[in-house]
Structures are given as structure tokens and as C-alpha cells.
Design a protein around this ligand. Structure first.
Ligand code: NAD
Length: 383
């Protein structure tokens, strides 16, 4: 309904969580408590614009710490849990999967148990409105046939007699079977299953969303889009895995934040909603688009900020192809029809408009990313 709620947001110092909190404080009357452990990916600088609001509070805590989480539930009495805290970087999950199992699976389990105990002890008048919304990824579905592997029309693989192709599909829907590829996506798949089991077994009022790749302001520069923008500005090579043919469906982070708040407040309990931007792009096209926007907004020749002057004229001259990573999913694409039809959500940004906003943000917020690159930000040992 329209009443004022208290949101408990986990992972609110991260990329998407900070966008959700900025939206909640700037565009709604709701209250927010941000529960974040401040790992390398958590950055309170992303929340300076809301940190003085009396509707915003921050609690530094690990979601796997049952005692701390119990105490936070009892002090803040939240109506809605919006669970985003996770280890989120696929390459890191391949190098060292342990933290992914601990936070994404054990952490989600601990949070579910604390939410359940709190919900069961709530007064009936309030417990009826309680909701636990788990934020997940489309990577749980595995990958889709790539148009380049296709003998035919560029959309689907032809069915053959020995593989009657139950997986023949062009996009992920809410009923696509789970088939995660990386330790990251497997840990997220595990957490999704736990959340649904807590609904089925204990009746906990849950919602799950699975979203495609996000980009936008305040994204840690290990991810594709900010990495490319910052490397380009520094005149460093732009590394592209393999041929760069991998296809991802991109969504501007503020569109995701709006979708999450809509589902958390109006979605149907027990349901899953896929969220996507309907903007499938090859990685190489993403990098070339960034280069084109940078050529326009920050041309190399007047770039006093460029550190290493090699003889390049356009940012695209910095593109270098590097060996692909193991198990790399070739194509993701989301069918967001359900959230569009049932809840009336639609992305406001196209890929072109969103990339432009993103490049502008990184050009205008050099302090934010210089502090990140130097390891100087609040809550960090080097900070
Ligand atoms: P992020 O890595 O930027 O932020 C994660 C946040 O969680 C950080 O602030 C970190 O400090 C915090 N955190 C990590 N472990 C914690 C713990 N044990 N206890 C408390 N806090 C902890 O991630 P993001 O890109 O903002 O993603 C947020 C969520 O959305 C994740 O669950 C991710 O799986 C999901 N998701 C991300 C994308 C994407 O493209 N980035 C797409 C779909 C879904």
C-alpha cells in the first residue's frame, strides 16, 4: 500500500543497493536501514547524498552473523527486507569461491532464519504486511544458444532427432530451469532455492527477482563497463575476453532500483519476476559504444588528463583481445514480460541513453573512483 514502511536493505553500500537507497530516500517517504559488512565492494561514498536524512541509518554487520542480525531486526522493526548483500564478481568466484559460499548461501540462510523468527513473533496486524525480497541474477539460468552457433536464422538452434531440444528458447522466463555455470551463479542459485523453500515450508512471505547485467553510477571498476571507461581515460588497454562475442542483456541500475521497490511493495507473495532491459549487446559492441561516447565527450586530443600518450587517435584503438575465461556463458537474454504486464514496470533508459549517463557520471565523479582505485574509502583498512 501507500503507507510508510521501514526497509531493511542488505548490501546497501554496493552498486545496486546504493541506487535502491538513494531512490528510496529521494523519491519516497519510506525509512531505510542499510546493513552492510563493507567488503571491498561496499562504499559509503555512494550514499553521501542521503546519509544526513533522518530516515536513513547504517549498521555495519555481516548477514551471516545471527546475533547481529537478530539485534538489528529487533531494534528497527522492518516491514520489508530487500536482500542484496552478496559476493558478486564472477572472476573472483573462479579464483576463490569460499567467500561466495559463505555470504551468498550461508549468509542468506542466516538472514532467512532471523527474518522468520522476527516475522513469527510480530503482531498479526503487522506480520500480514511483512515481505522478504531476495535479489538475484539471470545467471542462475545458465546460457542460451548463441546466434553465431546457429546454422539457420540467428535466433534458435535447430532441433535435431537425438537432442529433441527441450531447452529451445530465445529468452529466459521465470520457469526456465536452473543451470548455473560459475561458482558465483551456483551460489546465487542455491540462495534462490533456500528462499523459495522458506516460503514453501514455513510460509515466509517471499519474493524473488532475477535481473540481467546492470550498469550505471557507482559501479566498482572491476566490472566490464566502468573498467573500460576508466582504462580508456587512463590510456590503458581495453581487455576484451575472446572475440567479445558474448551477449549480455543490459539494464541501467536506476531502472533496476525502481523495479525492486515496485516488486517489494506490490509484487505477489511467492512469485518470481524476471527483470531485464531488452537490450542485448555483444561485449565488443558495448566497448565500442563506450569508446564512441568518450570520443565525443572527452576527445583524446584535448585530453590533458591522459597519462600515457601512445599514438592513438580514438579510444577504440586501445581495444585488446585476451584469452576467454573458463566456462564463460555465451548469451543471456531476459523475458521481462511478466513484470511489465502484471506490475507495469518498464525501463526508462535505452542502452544508448544509459551509457551516455554512465560515462558522464564517471567523468563528473573522478573523486569517487580515484578513492576507490587508491583503496581509500570509508570502512576499509586502507581508508
Ligand atoms: P556489489 O558487489 O556492488 O555489492 C555487494 C554489497 O554487499 C557490498 O556493499 C558488500 O559490502 C555487501 N556484502 C558482501 N558480503 C556481505 C555480508 N556477508 N554481509 C553484509 N554485507 C555484505 O553487488 P551488486 O552488483 O550491487 O549486486 C547486488 C545484488 O544484486 C547481488 O545479490 C547480486 O547477485 C545481484 N545482481 C547483480 C547484478 C549486476 O549486474 N551487478 C545483476 C543481477 C543481480
Amino acid at each position: 500500500g501507500d503507507s510508510i514502511k521501514t526497509f531493511l536493505v542488505t548490501g546497501g553500500a554496493g552498486f545496486i543497493g546504493s541506487a535502491v537507497i538513494r531512490y528510496l530516500i529521494q523519491h519516497t517517504a519510506h525509512r531505510v536501514v542499510n546493513v552492510d559488512k563493507l567488503t571491498y565492494a561496499g562504499n559509503l561514498d555512494s550514499l553521501v547524498s542521503v546519509s544526513f536524512s533522518d530516515r536513513y541509518s547504517f549498521e555495519k554487520a555481516d548477514i551471516a552473523d545471527a546475533k547481529a542480525i537478530k539485534d538489528i531486526f529487533s531494534r528497527y522493526q522492518p516491514d520489508i527486507v530487500l536482500h542484496l548483500a552478496a559476493e558478486s564478481h564472477v572472476d573472483r568466484s573462479i579464483d576463490s569461491p569460499g567467500e561466495f559460499m559463505q555470504t551468498n548461501i550461508i549468509g542468506t540462510y542466516v538472514l532467512l532464519e532471523q527474518a522468520r523468527a522476527y516475522w513469527q513473533a510480530m503482531e498479526p496486524s503487522r506480520s500480514a504486511g511483512f515481505r522478504f525480497h531476495h535479489v538475484s541474477t539471470d545467471e542462475v539460468y545458465g546460457d542460451l544458444p548463441h546466434p553465431d552457433d546457429d546454422a539457420g536464422n540467428g535466433e534458435t538452434l535447430p532441433a535435431s532427432p537425438d537432442s529433441p531440444s527441450p531447452t529451445l528458447q530465445t529468452r529466459f522466463t521465470e520457469s526456465t530451469p536452473y543451470q548455473p555455470s560459475s561458482p558465483y551463479s551456483a551460489s546465487k542459485a542455491g540462495s534462490d532455492h533456500l528462499v523459495r523453500a522458506w516460503h514453501r515450508t514455513f510460509g515466509l512471505p517471499v519474493l524473488v527477482t532475477n535481473c540481467s547485467n546492470n550498469y550505471g553510477p557507482c559501479q566498482f571498476p572491476e566490472k566490464l563497463i566502468p573498467l573500460m571507461i576508466l582504462n580508456a581515460l587512463a590510456g590503458r588497454p581495453l581487455p576484451v575476453y575472446g572475440k567479445g562475442n558474448q551477449i549480455r542483456d543490459w539494464l541501467y541500475v536506476e531502472d533496476h532500483a525502481r523495479a525492486l521497490i515496485l516488486v517489494a511493495t506490490t509484487g505477489k507473495i511467492g512469485e518470481t519476476y524476471n527483470i531485464g532491459g531488452n537490450e542485448e549487446k555483444r561485449n565488443i559492441d558495448v566497448v565500442e559504444t563506450i569508446c564512441r561516447v568518450l570520443d565525443e565527450l572527452c576527445p583524446i586530443n584535448d585530453g590533458a588528463q591522459r597519462e600515457s600518450q601512445c599514438d592513438i587517435r580514438r579510444y577504440a584503438d586501445l581495444i585488446r583481445h585476451v584469452p576467454d575465461r573458463p566456462g564463460h556463458d555465451m548469451r543471456y537474454a531476459i523475458d521481462a514480460g511478466k513484470i511489465q504486464n502484471e506490475l507495469g514496470w518498464w525501463p526508462e533508459e535505452t542502452f544508448e541513453s544509459g551509457i551516455r549517463k554512465t560515462v558522464c557520471w564517471y567523468l563528473e565523479n573522478r573523486k569517487w573512483w580515484q578513492r576507490v582505485l587508491n583503496g581509500h574509502y570509508p570502512g576499509h583498512p586502507a581508508g
